[in-house]
Design a protein around this ligand. Structure first.
Ligand SMILES: Cc1cc2nc3c(=O)[nH]c(=O)nc-3n(C[C@H](O)[C@H](O)[C@H](O)COP(=O)(O)OP(=O)(O)OC[C@H]3O[C@@H](n4cnc5c(N)ncnc54)[C@H](O)[C@@H]3O)c2cc1C
Length: 400
């Protein structure tokens, strides 16, 4: 089947969808709300091995950006070692998970899309879409419209497509955690390059990892039970924010406070959300994928990975199914159980991060015991997340 596809959102899921569809022989146009350079944000993310494997299926190698992140070490704020884990087993050729700057990843994906000749239109914010008679029409905030055979909503956490498909779709869920981070030089953390060090601190969660060039990349999750408004967050000056983080990490063992102090610029705080199960992923000729369908709490480090896997599976379904409805049905059958399990796990992992001074004592004890048991038995309960593989050549109707 060959289609003309409208893709809404030019982030990870949107850009990769276009690339995956091209591989399946299906044309598309990406419509991104923002201008070209708007994604030049400072944060970073880790692409676990399952994400790297799915990217390879599309011929994308990310080794030119970021650095290897094969393992993570967990400690408590008192400096007690809770355990160490693999960030997924290496791929057969030894490839391990990789941490990359978000802006570098976006640039790399867009370069691939452009090399394939995928049109990306910027400044196109979807406001409405109508589907019927085998066609779909998308309308944008600038007054323009586009028509195609199907529409893929890859418009992220605050997806407009999700609302259009189902006006009763659940909204986002605030996790009680804020996010921030930065980059520091001149601080020795004592950790080998690439080791993801997670500190379940006395007052907040902190993670750091050292680039082979010596720069330390860090992130922190101050807990804020009541959801602050955007205005309240924006009103916190950079100095106040730095002072607050120093207060939070001053009592902890490890380099957290030193890293905060040594960072030239600290990312302004943003709120963490997920989206609980979205009952309807598709209607007529419209479907949501990536964060628009199943935003995962960042704590599990799998949101982008799920979005990447989605794009490969959806392209296969459209390639192999006799029509759009059959393709969407096959896609949901192949994806829903897995992504909902990941969202649930992300939600419970995030819960560990925001605990107060009393609850953190049993938490550290339980975590250390569980990690020790896993190490002793050589088990990894997260294997099912990392070991997922997609065989591009296996037809979908055969269960692939
Ligand atoms: C702090 C933090 C850390 C994270 N760490 C990790 C990690 O380590 N590993 C991992 O795998 N994942 C991580 N994630 C999750 C990951 O960032 C997301 O799951 C991923 O970006 C989702 O990709 P997406 O393309 O679905 O959505 P996005 O990347 O959000 O892209 C959506 C795009 O749609 C555009 N858009 C929005 N609305 C419209 C509209 N109406 N019309 C047109 N365009 C629109 C947006 O501008 C954007 O470009 C993290 C997330 C956070 C917040």
């Amino acid at each position: 089947m060959t289609y003309t596809t409208l893709i809404v959102g030019g982030g990870i899921a949107g850009t990769l969808s276009a690339i995956a569809l091209r591989k399946a022989g299906i044309g598309s146009v990406v419509h991104e709300a923002y201008d070209r350079d708007a994604d030049n944000v400072g944060a970073f993310l880790t692409l676990a091995v399952n994400a790297l494997d799915a990217l390879r299926t599309l011929g994308i190698d990310v080794r030119e950006i970021g650095f290897e992140t094969p393992r993570m070490a967990l400690t408590s704020g008192s400096g007690k070692k809770l355990g160490e884990l693999q960030y997924g087993a290496p791929l057969p050729d030894g490839t391990v998970s990789r941490t990359v700057k978000r802006a570098d990843l976006y640039r790399l994906l867009r370069r691939h899309a452009e090399e394939l000749g995928v049109p990306i239109e910027y400044g196109k914010r979807l406001v409405e879409a109508e589907s019927g008679g085998g066609r779909v029409v998308a309308r944008f905030a600038d007054g323009s419209a586009a028509e195609g055979d199907l529409l893929i909503g890859a418009d992220g956490l605050w997806s407009r497509t999700r609302e259009i498909i189902d006006p009763r779709a659940p909204g986002v869920r605030y996790s009680g955690l804020l996010n921030t981070g930065g980059y520091a030089r001149g601080v020795s953390t004592g950790a080998e390059p690439g080791l993801m060090c997670a500190i379940f601190g006395r007052h907040a969660f902190f993670a750091h990892l050292t680039h082979p060039d010596g720069e330390v990349w860090w992130a922190a999750n101050p807990a804020r039970k009541a959801e602050p408004t955007r205005g309240e967050l924006a009103a916190i000056s950079p100095q106040e924010w730095r002072g607050h983080l120093l207060d939070l990490f001053r009592d902890d063992e490890g380099p957290a406070a030193d890293l905060v102090a040594a960072s030239g610029k600290i990312f302004s705080a943003w709120k963490t959300y997920d989206v609980p199960a979205v009952p309807r992923w598709h209607r007529d000729r419209m479907i949501v994928i990536g964060d628009a369908a199943h935003a995962t709490a960042p704590s599990i480090g799998q949101g982008a990975a799920m979005a990447i896997e989605d794009t490969v599976v959806l392209a296969k379904c459209l390639r192999d199914s006799p029509g759009v409805t059959a393709a969407f049905t096959a896609y949901e059958r192949l994806r829903r159980e897995r992504v909902e399990r990941v969202v649930a796990q992300g939600n419970s992992t995030g819960g560990w991060k925001g605990l107060g001074p009393v609850a953190r004592i049993p938490r550290d004890f339980i975590m250390a015991a569980a990690l020790k048991r896993m190490e002793r038995r050589g088990e990894d309960p997260s294997r099912w997340i990392y070991d997922y593989r997609i065989d591009w050549d296996q037809p979908v109707h055969a269960g692939g």
